[in-house]
Design a binder for this molecule. Structure first.
Ligand code: TRP
Length: 433
């Protein structure tokens, strides 16, 4: 079961409903200000998104974080996450992007030099071309900060846990085993070095195990554990004398209007009545206050989980199957050929399709429109209707998709050239620790 959502496996996740149940992932029903992916139900779940929702509403500080594996071209399947990062940036997020060059070195044998080149030429330039504004873009292999924190947090994880999550066997190389820990450090580092704040990590459904692990690590490293099921209870982790921590917890509760505060040193808890308490503020204030006794306190990162786009030929979209996807640096003619050879939700014959209509909801070409080629819901709706009613045939539909894709690719090519002059505003130059 576990291995079906292993981030390195290449099977498509068929049944999101089951995945949500099995891993306790709530459905996503937030109003994201008309964001295209939310509107089209391409977000299949989330972890703790309410923190991000509140941060946006209150205009308070939050981070948006993602990473990229520089092991080949950036393709349309990688574009969705960046579209979302750009969306959160427009909502005020402080954006950090990790180049997982250590991971691609470990798992794909890509040299660090090649990884750097791919990351800048194929990813960063496209990110800027897609609309990403200046942010923090760094290389795992060059960040002493991220590496250092990855060592520190690895104290919280043991081998049986890593095996249970990722199915690692004894023959795995150590750097592969370390990769998820470096990634956890990617996700928590903005908070470690920039102060605690909610963090959103948009991920494909296959990356959820990483998020679960990182959330666990975050909570294990915190001294304060906030439980709000029955009033407010803050328990004090660790074995040190809890007196100082309890004082800080009490003070934070007071400044958040909590009533009836009751400290129990034996059980290491501080309880309170939470009626007048704003839990969002309390969570942030606690993480902040904890910094005076624990410099590794963080707020558990949130995620939104994206439905994985189907490959153009059906099955999983993946750069290891070149005909299943289109690179953003691809020549429009080659993209056109792939689309024309794509699988559709059409019928066996034209006659049948005219009579019975096609099925846009089981059609990789329709997905291209949905994710990338149709921004306007009316337009998308009429494509779907004309398909279902038998008015729109697959050949013309593919040709139109190819035309739109070609326009997009040409536009990106032009914008990449402009972007080249701006990369210094993104790439991190890290000072010594
Ligand atoms: N493992 C991710 C991938 O396969 C890349 C990655 C590295 C990442 N660090 C991250 C993703 C932090 C999200 C957050 O593409």
């Amino acid at each position: 079961m576990m291995n079906e959502v292993n981030p390195w496996s290449s099977s498509q996740i068929e049944d999101y409903e089951r995945m949500r149940k099995e891993f306790g992932i709530p459905e996503f029903n937030f109003d994201m200000d008309n964001n295209i992916f939310a509107r089209r139900n391409l977000i299949i779940g989330h972890r703790d998104f309410s923190k991000i929702y509140e941060s946006i509403k209150r205009k308070s500080k939050f981070y948006a974080m993602t990473g990229l594996m520089p092991s080949g071209d950036m393709h349309i399947g990688n574009k969705t996450v960046i579209d979302l990062i750009i969306y959160f940036q427009s909502k005020g997020a402080d954006v950090h992007i990790a180049v997982a060059d250590l991971e691609s070195y470990a798992t794909r044998g890509i040299s660090l030099e090649r990884g750097r080149q791919l990351a800048v030429e194929n990813f960063l330039l496209n990110y800027i071309a897609l609309g990403l504004k200046p942010c923090d873009f760094y290389f795992q292999s060059e960040s002493a900060k991220v590496q250092k924190f990855s060592y520190i947090l690895s104290k919280e994880v043991n081998m049986s846990e890593m095996k249970a999550i990722y199915g690692f066997e004894d023959a795995k190389r150590m750097l592969e085993i370390e990769s998820p820990l470096i990634q956890a450090s990617d996700i928590l580092s903005p908070q470690i070095y920039g102060g605690p704040a909610p963090t959103i990590v948009p991920v494909g459904a296959d990356q959820d195990p990483h998020i679960r692990l990182t959330r666990d690590i975050s909570s294990r490293m915190n001294i304060f554990r906030l439980n709000t099921e029955n009033g407010i209870e803050i328990s004090i982790g660790g074995n040190d004398d809890p007196a100082d921590a309890m004082k800080i917890a009490e003070k934070t509760l007071r400044s958040n209007n909590a009533d009836k505060i009751y400290k129990n040193p034996k059980y290491r808890t501080v309880r309170a009545d939470g009626e007048n308490v704003d839990l969002f503020n309390l969570t942030e204030d606690l993480a902040m206050a904890e910094r005076t006794i624990n410099k590794f306190s963080t707020i558990a990162p949130s995620s939104i989980i994206m439905r994985l786009e189907t490959g153009i030929k059906g099955g999983k979209m993946s750069k290891s199957v070149p005909e299943s996807t289109i690179s953003l640096n691809e020549d429009p003619e080659s993209a056109r050929k792939k689309i024309m050879r794509g699988v559709t939700g059409g019928r066996e014959t034209v006659e049948e399709q005219k009579k019975l209509g096609g099925n846009p909801y089981a059609c990789p070409i329709f997905e291209l429109y949905m994710y990338h080629l149709s921004k306007d819901d009316k337009d998308l709706g009429s494509i779907a209707e004309d398909c279902k009613s038998g008015k729109r045939m697959c050949g013309e539909c593919k040709r139109e998709a190819a035309d739109r894709m070609s326009t997009m690719l040409v536009e990106l090519r032009e914008k990449r050239e402009e972007a080249r002059t701006k990369i210094d505003q993104y790439i991190r130059v890290e000072n010594e620790l």
